[in-house]
Structure formats: C-alpha cells, structure tokens
Ligand binder design. Sequence first.
Ligand SMILES: *Cc1c(COP(=O)(O)O)cnc(C)c1O
Length: 385
Amino acid sequence: MSKYQNAETALIHGGISTDIHTGAVNIPIYQTSTYQQDGLGKMRGYEYSRTGNPTREALEALIAELEGGEAGFAFGSGMAAITAVLSLLESGDRVLISSNVYGGTFRVLDKVFNHFGITYTIADTDDPARYEAEITPDVKAVIIESPANPLMTVTDIAAVSEISHRHGLLVIVDNTFMTPYLQKPLALGADIVVHSATKYLGGHSDVVAGLAVVNSKALAERLAFIQNSTGGVLGPFDSFLLIRGIKTLAVRMDRHVENAEKAAAFLKAHDAVKKVYYPGLQDDPGYAVNSRQAKNGGVMISFELKEGYDIRKFFESLELVMLAESLGGVESLVCHPATMTHASIPADIRAKVGITDGLIRLSTGIENIQDILADLAQAIDRASV
Ligand SMILES: *Cc1c(COP(=O)(O)O)cnc(C)c1O
C-alpha cells in the first residue's frame, strides 16, 4: 500500500522517486548492461540488467505502489507483459477471456500459446451467471478487461473475481484503459494487473512498454523468475520515459475524461450518430457497475454513424484528429477496429461479439475540446453521401 493517501501525490513521489547516490530528483537512466563486483559473489545488489536495473526497478516499485500490489514488473511491451503472465500456466490449462479482449491477447493465445497446449474460451465476463457456466475443470485463469474495447463492455471485477476464486482461477485484469488512477483491480479482488503502458501511463505516444503487478509474494517470485528467464524486459531509457509520463497521469486523465465526457455527449446528440458506446453515459448498459468500481467512465468512446454516412470519407476528412492505431496519448486519435486493432479476430467472431464494420473508436486527447468537436463535426458532415 502507498504511504501517500492521495493518488496525485503517489504518482509523483511513489516507488523509488529520488536517486539515493546523488539526491537527483529524477531517477537517472542507468544505461548499463552489467555491474562491477567487489569480489567473487560480492555484488552491490545488481549483477546484470536483464535481472535488475535501478531505473527499471524504480518504475516497478512505482507501479506496484500505484496498483496496491506486492511487486511490479516492467516489460518491453504490453504483449510481453501479458506473455510473461500467461507463462505462469501449464500445458493442458485453459484460459477464459472477455469477448472484447484486446486483439493481441486473443492472437497470442490463438496462435502462440496453442503450440504449448494452453487453450482459451471466450466467456461473457460481463454476465457473471453465464460466466460461471464456462468454468470447466481445466480452466485455470481468466483475463478481464473493463471496459473492454471496442464496445466498452464493463465487467464486474469484484463479482467475477469472487466466482473465479471459488473455482481456484487466477484472475488477471488488463487495466490499460483505466490506469490505477481510475480503477484498482487488485482492491476489487484480482490477483494480477497487466498494462500496456504504451497508452495512458506513458501518455505521449512515444514509448512501447508493458507492466504487470501481482498481489502475493508467491506470484512475485514466480513472475520474477519468468521475467528473468524469458527476458522481455524494458530498457532503462524507456523506464525513465514511463516514470516521467506517470508523474502527470492525474492531470492528463482529468482533462482526458473531461474531454471524453463532452465528446460522448456531442456524439450522442448528433443526428448522424446511430449509437455511442461509453460507460460514462448514464444509459450505457455498463454505467452502474462501472460507477461502482471505477472513478468515472474513462476516456475511450466508440460510435457508429447512421446509414448514409461513409466512414472512409469520415476518416479522410478529419484534419486534427488523427487516424492511427493505439490510444492514450495527449493527441486525439481515431481508429477502425474491424480493420485495425481487432483485425486479428476472425470476421465471424467479430460479427458475433458486435464489432461491426461501421464502428469507429475515439481516443479523446487533451487538446481544446472545441477544436476536437469542430473537427468531428466537419468530418461527419463531409462523410454524408
Ligand atoms: C495496446 C494494448 C495491449 C498491448 O500492448 P502493447 O504495448 O501494444 O504490446 C494490451 N491490452 C490493451 C487493452 C491494449 O490497448
């Protein structure tokens, strides 16, 4: 647990926030692969940077404190973090995944872990009763995203954790979309939190990184062993960039959410918009559960335009908001889930879970909201056929 009561302060002073050797107010970038030993077996705490690096350690201590966990681990990408966590499983084990799970998580299970005899089932984690029916004796873990993109489906993390633990499952929550500033899965009952820190934690679209936090010493030991053995660690410079990004998480998220709420209201009121998916809207199916477990509806919005609007024209007409994969940076981005972020999910499964070809995903940035809304408005006008 953090010694700082308030999140804004913990973001800046949590973990190992100053350099013990010099007093530098920022953790230096220890750009070194190895460390001098004072004699055989006499190390000063470090031996090789895959195993441990002071810059990475400061970041790992920070994320552990922010998520309220036992230990944190930093990886070269969100997928490397998820791969390391899935490496806790054994051949013959099955994993349950939310239906709107991140495309890369689906792909690594569907195309990589299947080689090692680890299988998966897509489960309705957003409906606890139906979810429990999917738990067969071989199921050993569940991966939850809430909200899960692109339909921003909300899962009751406490309810699903409780059911899962009754069956002995490991509960893994991908908290990329909310960050610990808006939602704390370990406090809700999860065992492991993973992040694509590439998104809001980094916050500036300039670093690819992943983080994992575990809630017990036993899991910490096992994941440390996997991290060191498989080696997908984050480098010192990228660790520094993440620490720097995390310091401003609260102010960025406050503005991101304020802008997202205005963008969701604007889209909802727009004649050309068929549907808006955002758990911050009171009539969203996930609103009640999300309000209970998170500070607010977060930043990510998806929407569909009505018949008579050409989404290709919409994307091409945007002048400020950029068409790009990813999310969570200070700049507003849009993407087309069916052909971009979720293209690795087969078309029949996409159709089944509701990822239509007309769906547009918006990552609202922290630009002036009037500029964002004006750009969306003019692009929607020009998309009319
Ligand atoms: C981007 C993302 C990932 C993958 O992270 P990378 O840093 O791109 O490897 C995993 N989960 C979610 C929810 C994401 O948005």
